[in-house]
Design a protein around this ligand. Sequence first.
Ligand SMILES: [Zn+2]
Length: 313
Amino acid sequence: MIEKLPFLAWPRRQTLTTLIFHRVLPAVDPLRPGEPDPARFERLMSFLAENFAVLPLPEAVERLARGALPRRACCITFDDGYADNLTVALPILEKYRLPATVFVATGYLDGGRMFNDAVIDAIARTRGNALDLRELDLGVHPLGTVEAKLAAISALLDRIKFSPPALRDEQVSAIVAATACGPLAADIMLTTAQLKELAGRGVEIGGHTVSHAILTALDDGEAFAEITQGKRRLEAIIGRPVSSFAYPNGKPGRDYAPRHVPMAQAAGFARAVSTAHGVGTAGCDIFQLPRFTPWGRAPLAWATRLQRNARGG
Ligand SMILES: [Zn+2]
């Protein structure tokens, strides 16, 4: 049991802390050091249940708008649509009665895989001591240790992250082919049946485009189509309106631009979240709510980081 912490310096003004997760892994994965395993996730959820007022995102934003948020209000969100949000995270959320939102990129449902996962899994499964990608102009990467593999993953993802989607798909296929790792797992992302189950068990489902496109890389027509088609597909699957949106990657000015904010509104969303640090405050733009995730293992470190984030420094 985690004790209540004092939070002596929590600001007096209204603050909405929105946490962002991607996966909760069934077991520790050294090549995904940022993703919690069940024990780490449960410690964090228990800490939140003890110390924060965790609200569903729509209710929290509505209360923020009318100045009626409880102290240390918090929302829990997951991005992209990983199957472990249902199979690993949800039982822990249910144990602590914590509401959550899962933002789903619909193009990866039913056996798809995001490019970053394809690269990580290919490198995880390759047996070679080095990966020669000079033919792709992506260098040579030693792979003899976990540290070397992490460095290779980071270097490759940095190189291909902002490639236009068609080129990026080619680069990923070539990396997978060069690692000769065989077919990659096809059950990383949610299936439509799992998505329905998540919604049926009370998790809010939010839009996250179709292909997880970086909106600033698209023309306006394509960006609006990505935003609206993702929303419609989710609504068709779960049979209810989808009202929250998360900008893919989410950094304002880099991954989305001011022109995409009215697009989310015109698509019929009622609120949207970014990945800028900080907290929602009275009068903030509810179509660009900041999100923040504390790192590290110890609750006291989380408390310190959450408090610093809420104070804006
Ligand atoms: Zn995402």
